[in-house]
Ligand binder design. Structure first.
Ligand code: FA5
Length: 346
């Protein structure tokens, strides 16, 4: 076959297709035209395409170009008919279904997923729920009473230093007075929620609170200026350090596996006495996951409880560090880079 004949055939086919799509006035006639001229198995188009190989070597590039032009004309006619058949024809199109060609090779289509930290939060809530802890929320913008004073953190404590916190400026004030009673800050710990709950509720209390906290920490492999904590609080007569250790052990084995090794190290927090630091073994290293302890009597008094009547324990764990340990993420910054290739793994 020579190029002239080849082009004539293409011309004829494209014209026939244009007429057929123009004449299509129902779902059936549209679909018949689509299968005849535009489907992947369109016999006519395929037959002409096959003849491309029989053209002279020198004519083949031009033949290929003409073939593509004819295909584009057919596609344009199909698109116009699809558009024109809106309204009445649209219903007909719906009856046919979307133009999916099942003979084409498969390719997966990624739907969005929740962020690994959101997934972790849901998982932690579920485990703690089984241990009888109800989830509660607290505000991220806090006052100094809930973030420090009620937690027994005195004015001169380094944790209140403006350089270690994100204080918010007060309207009209020229400088930030971190000790002013109306001073507000982005909460630096979820322990604020302990106070809010105890102020409004009488024992027995068994809650967890999961949320964002903010500290001007320099980002490195294990620190980020915004991260999440899980606060736990259990207050009722007779609660002891043994309950605290059991709950944290049970939580650790549920979330990290039966073989997790957990260690409690003596520590200090102004709002718990005694206090411990909670470490888990990770790749032969002890990594700090949080702090815990028995609620200090001064804190119980600050919320109007009688420390002679009730005792309680509290803990605060870093959610990112838990998520990282479980999923073997070694750099916390990966969680916040918004790299979809990383996030799609969860
Ligand atoms: C506290 O914040 C205490 N409120 C915990 C607590 C609650 C003690 C109740 C006693 C009773 P700490 O500052 O150590 O403690 O922080 C707790 C955990 O948060 C750390 O162990 C760590 O896992 C995580 N964490 C702290 N800073 C960062 C950061 N910049 N980035 C990521 N995680 C952090």
């Amino acid at each position: 076959m020579d190029l002239k004949q080849f082009v004539e055939q293409l011309e004829q086919l494209a014209s026939q297709a244009e007429q057929a799509f123009l004449a299509a006035d129902s779902a059936e006639s549209f679909e018949a035209a689509r299968i005849e001229f535009a489907g992947a198995k369109s016999g006519q188009l395929k037959a002409i395409q096959k003849q491309l190989g029989s053209l002279d070597q020198a004519d083949r590039p031009e033949g290929g170009k003409k073939l593509n032009e004819a295909k584009a004309r057919i596609q344009a006619a199909l698109d116009q008919a699809t558009e024109r058949l809106g309204g009445e024809g649209g219903k007909a199109r719906k009856a046919i279904g979307p133009m999916v060609d099942p003979t084409l090779p498969g390719a997966s289509f990624h739907l969005g997923t929740t962020h690994p930290i959101t997934q972790t939060i849901e998982h932690l809530k579920e485990i703690m729920g089984r241990l009888g802890f109800a989830p509660v929320e607290g505000p991220e913008v806090e006052d100094t009473w809930h973030n420090f004073i009620a937690l027994n953190i005195p004015e001169d404590h380094p944790a209140r230093d403006p350089l270690d916190n994100f204080y918010l400026s007060v309207a009209g004030a020229t400088a930030i007075d971190a000790n002013a009673s109306e001073a507000k800050l982005l909460r630096s710990q979820t322990s604020t929620v302990q106070i809010r709950v105890m102020e409004n509720q009488q024992p027995p209390i068994r809650i967890i609170s999961l949320g964002r906290v903010y500290r001007p920490d320099e980002a490195d492999m294990t620190h980020f200026p915004m991260f999440h904590q899980m606060e736990g609080l259990w207050v009722e007569p007779g609660v002891t350090m043994a309950h605290l250790k059991s709950v944290l052990r049970m939580f650790a084995t549920s979330y990290l596996g039966e073989d997790v090794t957990i260690r409690f190290r003596p520590s200090f927090f102004p709002f718990t006495e005694p206090s411990v630091e909670v470490d888990y073994l990770w790749n032969d290293n002890w990594v700090e996951f949080g702090g815990a302890g028995m609620v200090d009597p001064n804190v119980l008094r600050a919320v109007g409880y009688d420390p002679e009547q009730v005792t309680g324990f509290a803990f605060g764990l870093g959610v990112e560090r838990l998520c990282m340990r479980r999923h073997r993420v070694t750099d916390i910054r990966d969680l916040f880079r918004n790299d979809l290739r990383f996030l799609h793994q969860f």
